[in-house]
Ligand binder design. Structure first.
Ligand code: PRT
Length: 115
């Protein structure tokens, strides 16, 4: 059943991550995530790269529905890589939050990339 629009926000990523983590050591014949974990980090990273390319293609084509679908695939595979490497979503959310309000241009200037 579809969730109410009130719950359709980024918190779905935290829920998805928990499901992904729960698949570690699971049966590869019953779970796509367990199958990915069983195939190892190289394969997980390869799948992430493939999904990134597919998202880029849909971004260029400009069909929003297809871009949403490829973006969902991309995020799923990114979360599988985080879980494989033991990176918690909160660490990424903290990194994003620490950047809030800091202009990307100012940040580049601070690193000496722009004068
Ligand atoms: N969000 C996703 C999700 N997005 C994409 N995929 C799967 O990722 C696969 C990508 O298709 P591909 O043909 O590229 O991959 P593949 O069949 O492994 O092909 P090869 O690598 O063998 O070439 C498909 O099987 C998709 O169904 C996902 N599988 C699972 N989830 C989420 O993860 C949860 C747990 O899934 P299971 O681990 O399968 O129970 C699900 O309830 C979903 O919420």
């Amino acid at each position: 059943m579809a969730r109410s629009s009130a719950s359709l926000d980024g918190t779905v990523l935290d829920r998805l991550y928990k499901v992904i983590e729960s698949r570690k050591g699971g049966d590869p014949s019953k779970s796509n995530t367990a199958r990915l974990f069983a195939r190892g980090t190289d394969k997980i990273a390869q799948k992430l790269g493939e999904e990134a390319v597919e998202a880029v293609i849909e971004g260029v084509r400009g069909r929003k529905k297809d871009l949403a679908s490829e973006s969902a695939d991309l995020l799923y595979h990114l979360l599988v890589l985080w879980a494989d490497r033991g990176l918690k979503p909160g660490e990424v959310w903290n990194t994003l939050a620490a950047r809030e309000g800091i202009s990307g241009i100012e940040e580049k200037k601070a690193r000496g990339q722009i004068k």
